[in-house]
Ligand binder design. Structure first.
Ligand code: HPA
Length: 271
């Protein structure tokens, strides 16, 4: 990644009308209905944006959508890039840097995740309070990182506290059961073994998934306030493990998404 490439990506999007978005939103696996709430949308397909990684996984439609939600200008990533598709850390976080350079001041991230904490259930939403990076690398481990920001980024409070408080209040007001906890990121794409689920629990994870952490690290690198939620799509009980069905994960994510949409749209209103 170079500054010149970023400039080209951003200039292309500006020429398409992506004008000073205030908020960036990343939609995870099975979470795409939020885009129906975007007014006056302008769509840029990932494979048309210069230097953007190409979308591969079939259930990701791969679009960057600009428009307004609740009167605020947003840019929404419908589909994200995963390490398990063969992208590197720089690829999976490139869109975050692009959205930042377009002007976003806040970032919302979502994902589908498995529940490690067995008091949580599929169909619950978990507000991520902290994370454990188990992906074996960092999006900040590159030679010229200091051209883009500090190398040694503080991660004491990676998820923005004021926005987290607002999400909790919104959930309260709307009777949405909101779990809170620690998200562990793995590379995937294979799901975890029983022994790995036991390990994740011992490590202090409440949920596990294959994304989000690199994007949040880069948001912190950019000093971009970020919040993230997991839609819990399966229960990872090592003593009663059932085979995971990716179609079921996508279906549960879709059924749960309206709650996430309510949290995000009201959070947008409140900013
Ligand atoms: N493990 C990893 N990623 C996931 C899971 C899981 O159990 N469920 C949804 N994404």
């Amino acid at each position: 990644m170079t500054k010149k490439q970023l400039d080209e990506s951003v200039n292309y999007l500006k020429s398409k009308g992506f004008d000073a978005p205030e908020i960036g939103i990343v939609l995870g696996t099975g979470l795409g209905q939020l885009v129906d709430h975007i007014e006056e949308p302008i769509i840029a397909h990932y494979n048309h944006i210069p230097f953007f990684p190409l979308a591969t996984v079939e259930f990701h439609t791969g679009k960057l959508i600009y428009g307004t939600i609740s009167g605020k200008k947003v840019v929404v990533m419908q589909g994200r890039f995963h390490l398990y598709e063969g992208y590197d850390f720089s690829d999976v976080t490139y869109p975050i840097r692009v959205m930042h350079q377009l002007g976003i001041q806040k970032l919302f991230v979502s994902n589908a995740a498995g529940a490690i904490n067995l008091s949580f259930h599929k169909g619950d939403i978990m507000l991520i309070e902290d994370h454990i990076n188990l992906q074996g690398g960092s999006p900040l481990a590159f030679k010229n990182v200091s051209e883009f920001g500090d190398r040694f980024v503080d991660m004491m409070e990676p998820y923005d506290v004021p926005m987290r408080k607002k999400i909790e209040q919104i959930a309260d007001r709307n009777d949405i059961r909101l779990q809170k906890g620690v998200y562990a990121s793995v590379v995937g794409p294979q799901l975890e073994t029983k022994a790995e689920y036991r390990m994740l629990k011992i490590l202090g994870a409440d949920a596990v998934g294959m994304s989000t952490v690199p994007e949040v690290i880069v948001a912190n690198h950019l000093k971009l306030p970020v919040v993230a939620v997991s839609v819990l799509t399966d229960e990872c009980d090592p003593d009663n493990l059932e085979p995971v069905d990716i179609q079921e994960i996508i279906a549960i994510a879709g059924q749960t998404e309206p709650k996430m949409i309510q949290l995000f749209t009201e959070l947008i209103k409140s900013l």
